[in-house]
Design a protein around this ligand. Structure first.
Ligand code: PEP
Length: 250
C-alpha cells in the first residue's frame, strides 16, 4: 500500500510572517489526516519559520531546490541538501519545470542533486513532465523516458527507494487546466513501467508517483481515485490553508 503524499510548492510566495500565519490555520485543519503524508516547501528564507511552526505536527517541511553536492564551498547563492536537512527539512523538490525552463536545470543536474539530497538524508520529490507542444506532437512518452533515464535511472536500488516522482505536465502548471484523471493515469502508468523495466516490479509497486498541475480541492478526488496516482504536488492551491487542507482531506 502506497501512503498518499500531498506536498505544497509555495514557489516564490510568502515571507516568514506569512508562513507563521499559514501554519496557525493549517495545522488544526490537517491534524487528523493520518491517511496521508503532508509537506510544505516554502522559499528558503521561510524554512526556519515553517519548521518552527510545524514542530510536533504531522506536516513536514521541504526545500524547492538544492545544490548538487553537500561539501561547503564557494557557490554563491546555492544551498546544499545538508544545509536543508540541518534547517529541519525532510523533503526537497528537484527538477521542477520552472527550474528546467528558467534556470538551466538538466536531467544530469537533476540526477546529481537527487543523489546529494539522498546522501544528506532528505527525501527528494523528482519532477518530470512534458511541454504542451511535446504532448501535441505525440512525444509525451519519449520525454518522460528521457527525463527518467537521465534524472533517475542512474540511481542505485537503495537510492531509488528514497525518492518520490512527481508527474507535472507543464501545460497544466499554474494554468487552471488540470489533466483529466485519465490523461494523468496514462502518464503515471508509463512512468511506473519505466521503473519496472529498470528496477523490477517490487520497486515499481513501491514508488509513489504524484500528479501536479492545477490540483484544487474540487478536482483532487477524481485524480486520487486513479490506481497509479499516489498524491499531488500542489502550487497555487497550497498557498491558502483552507484550500490545501481541502486537497489533503480529499
Ligand atoms: C507546481 O508548482 O508544482 C504546480 C503544480 O503548480 P499549480 O498547482 O499552481 O499548477
Amino acid at each position: 500500500m502506497r501512503k498518499p503524499l500531498l506536498a505544497g510548492n509555495w514557489k516564490m510566495y510568502k515571507t516568514p510572517a506569512d508562513t507563521k500565519a499559514f501554519f496557525e490555520k493549517f495545522i488544526p485543519l490537517v491534524a487528523a489526516s493520518a491517511h496521508a503524508e503532508v509537506a510544505i516547501c516554502p522559499p528558503f528564507v521561510a524554512i526556519a519559520a515553517a519548521v518552527d511552526a510545524a514542530a510536533g505536527s504531522n506536516v513536514g517541511v521541504g526545500g524547492q531546490d538544492c545544490y548538487w553536492t553537500n561539501k561547503e564551498g564557494a557557490f554563491t547563492g546555492e544551498v546544499s541538501p545538508a544545509m536543508l536537512k540541518a534547517a529541519g527539512c525532510e523533503w526537497v523538490i528537484i527538477g521542477h519545470s520552472e527550474r528546467r525552463q528558467f534556470f538551466g536545470e538538466t536531467d544530469e543536474s537533476v540526477c546529481k542533486k537527487t543523489v546529494a539530497a539522498i546522501e544528506a538524508g532528505l527525501r527528494p520529490i523528482v519532477c518530470v513532465g512534458e511541454l504542451l507542444e511535446e504532448r501535441e506532437s505525440g512525444r509525451t512518452n519519449d520525454v518522460l523516458k528521457t527525463q527518467f533515464d537521465g534524472g533517475m535511472a542512474p540511481l542505485t536500488a537503495e537510492q531509488f527507494a528514497q525518492i518520490v516522482i512527481a508527474y507535472e505536465p507543464v501545460w497544466a502548471i499554474g494554468t487552471g487546466k488540470v489533466a483529466t484523471p485519465e490523461i494523468a493515469e496514462d502518464a503515471h502508468k508509463v512512468i511506473r513501467s519505466l521503473v519496472e523495466a529498470k528496477s523490477g516490479k517490487t520497486a515499481a509497486d513501491a514508488v509513489r508517483i504524484l500528479y501536479g498541475g492545477s490540483v484544487k480541492p474540487d478536482n483532487v478526488k477524481g485524480l486520487m481515485a486513479q490506481p497509479d496516482i499516489d498524491g499531488a504536488l500542489v502550487g497555487g492551491a497550497s498557498l491558502k490553508a483552507e484550500d490545501f487542507a481541502g486537497v489533503v482531506n480529499f
